[in-house]
Design a protein around this ligand. Structure first.
Ligand SMILES: [Zn+2]
Length: 102
């Protein structure tokens, strides 16, 4: 994940776009019930009974690139005071409809 002049930069190595549109946000909480809340262009969704391989809370954000049309997924994981951040180009299973646009 690269941030340049306060802009998130596309994770596609052949693209340098800063025109990244948020299309999906999800917070997963493992707990006993396996709950999550997610936001997409359709609204806010809550789920229970999700399965998680990871412990604790996991936050995923997906952005659609206006230039190359790839989706970048940014994932936050937390472990004993450390915050791990990973990003990757993700298969095109998400819409390009933004969660919010002004
Ligand atoms: Zn791009």
């Amino acid at each position: 994940m690269e941030i340049k002049d306060e802009h998130l930069i596309c994770s596609n190595p052949e693209c340098d776009s800063e025109f990244m549109h948020p299309v999906y946000v999800q917070v997963k909480h493992a707990g006993k019930k396996g709950q999550s809340v997610s936001v997409d262009s359709g609204g806010v969704w809550m789920h229970q009974g999700i399965s998680m391989k990871d412990r604790g809370t996991k936050i995923n954000m997906v952005f659609w690139c206006e230039w190359c049309h790839e989706h970048t997924e940014v994932e936050f994981l937390f472990h004993k005071g450390s915050t791990l951040v990973m990003d990757r180009i993700t298969p095109d299973t998400y819409s390009s409809d933004t969660v919010w646009r002004d």
